[in-house]
Design a protein around this ligand. Sequence first.
Ligand code: SF4
Ligand code: SF4
Length: 96
Amino acid sequence: MSMKYLRGVSTLRLDADKCTGCGMCLNVCPHAVIRLEGRKAAVNDADLCMECGACAENCPAGALTVKKGVGCAQAVRIGFLTGTEPQCGCGDDSCC
Ligand code: SF4
Ligand code: SF4
C-alpha cells in the first residue's frame, strides 16, 4: 500500500532544464516519487512526497527543491496511528 501525502500541497519542485539525468534522486527517494524519462527526471506523483528533502540534498545539479519537513507526512501518519499530535521525532527543531 502506498501512503499518499495530502493532495496538491507538496512543495517539491523539479527544474528539468537543470537535470543531468544522473539518477541520484531515484536512489534516495523512499517513495519512488521520481522516475527517469530518457535522460531527465520526472515526477511520478508529487502527492507521494513526504518532503524528507533527500532528493534535493543529493541532486548535484540543484534541479530539485522542497521545503523539508513542512507538513511532514510521517508526523501526520504517526499522529494518526497513535492518536497524538503530529510529531515525527526526527530531532530537527525546525521540523514539526
Ligand atoms: S523529498 Fe523525499 S519523498 Fe519527496 S521526492 Fe524528495 S526524496 Fe522523495
Ligand atoms: S539527482 Fe538531480 S540531476 Fe540527478 S536525475 Fe535527479 S533531478 Fe536530475
